[in-house]
Write a protein that binds this ligand. Structure first.
Ligand code: AHR
Length: 323
């Protein structure tokens, strides 16, 4: 009797279509909580777009995106919210390197893998991080300093250094490379080190203030800007104060290689562009895919990057650039 009832029930379910629904449940989306630094630079905007392009419903993801507006405490609160929401993965672009141990331990305790994109963190327990995807910032700085050594040799040069957000991996790496160059080259003089916080507005303001203290324009040979937006601000301030940025004047060095900066470089206003690739979405997504497949990803994934001089900026190259 029981058997007959079961057959009848199965028949009924098939007729109403319920059996089909039960056999093919809707595919579950992977929930990713993402804490982005902010929107301080063109690089950052391109990085956010690259992430949003990758973590879509069509590709099987639900993305919970939070903009920290350049405040690390906002990132920590966002991570705690992601833990409460029981997301499957947490992706963080950390602002600074320190101050992460407790919140990352909370994520680990909740069993949520954390993937770092762009910068890294300085934590004692490496197992708090599943993987990091980003650039070799110190390597980028070394490329810039190698160019300075080749270009100026033992000439005495006077340098203004505009740093990125203090404590960020990209600032630490690019600054360390310049400071090593300064220690190696006795003829290099550091005139000022300004905290541009990776923004155009702050770089413009600090450079203008710096220049306004001199009754007579000081000689400046190099301005080492730690990103493109700082370079735009510095160039504006320099030009307003009568400097020429180019082969006959100040050599501006910049990092990122966003399209506008490459155009400045073609004009000669930026002497050297060291690329920092923000298009990290596909790599971050492949790390999550490998975790989903039960594999252990590498700890670090680096992206290929190049350097550009004015003569390298052709229309063809510009046509291939995605940011
Ligand atoms: O950490 C990467 C740096 O952060 C990029 O060079 C800069 O533009 C951004 O804001």
């Amino acid at each position: 009797m029981k058997k007959v009832l079961c057959v009848l029930l199965a028949l009924l379910l098939t007729m109403t279509g319920c059996a089909r629904q039960a056999a093919e449940p809707e595919e579950e989306l992977i929930v990713v909580g993402m804490s982005q630094v902010g929107a301080e630079s063109d690089w950052r905007v391109a990085n956010t777009e690259s992430m949003r392009r990758e973590f879509t419903e069509e590709k099987g993801y639900r993305l919970l995106f939070e903009d920290a507006r350049q405040k690390q405490e906002n990132q920590i609160s966002a991570i705690r919210r992601f833990i409460q929401q029981r997301v499957d993965y947490i992706v963080v672009m950390p602002i600074g390197e320190t101050g992460w141990d407790s919140v990352l331990q909370e994520a680990k305790k909740a069993g949520i893998p954390v993937i770092l994109v762009d910068r890294t963190v300085d934590v004692e327990d490496e197992s708090l991080i599943a993987a990091r995807v980003g650039a070799d910032f110190y390597g980028e700085g070394r490329k810039a300093v190698a160019w300075m050594e080749q270009t100026f040799g033992a000439e005495p040069i006077r340098i203004v250094h505009i740093q990125g957000t203090l404590g960020a991996t990209s600032q630490l790496g690019r600054t360390a490379a310049l400071e090593e160059g300064l220690a190696r080259n006795e003829s290099w003089e550091l005139l000022a080190q300004l905290d541009g916080d990776y923004t155009q507005a702050k770089s413009y303001e600090l450079m203008s203030d710096y220049l306004s203290q001199f009754p007579v324009r000081p000689k400046i040979d190099v301005v080492y800007c730690e990103n493109d937006n700082e370079a735009y601000g510095a160039i504006e301030a320099l030009e307003e104060n009568g400097y020429i940025c180019g082969p006959e004047g100040v050599a501006v060095i910049s990092f990122d290689a966003a399209i506008d900066a490459l155009l400045y470089c073609r004009e000669g206003k930026i002497a050297l562009e060291v690329e920092c690739n923000p298009l990290l979405g596909p790599l971050a997504e492949s790390v999550i895919r490998s975790l989903e497949a039960g594999q252990t990803p590498e700890k670090n994934y680096y992206v290929d990057e190049q350097v550009f001089l004015p003569g390298d900026i052709t229309d063809e190259l510009l046509g291939t650039r995605e940011y």
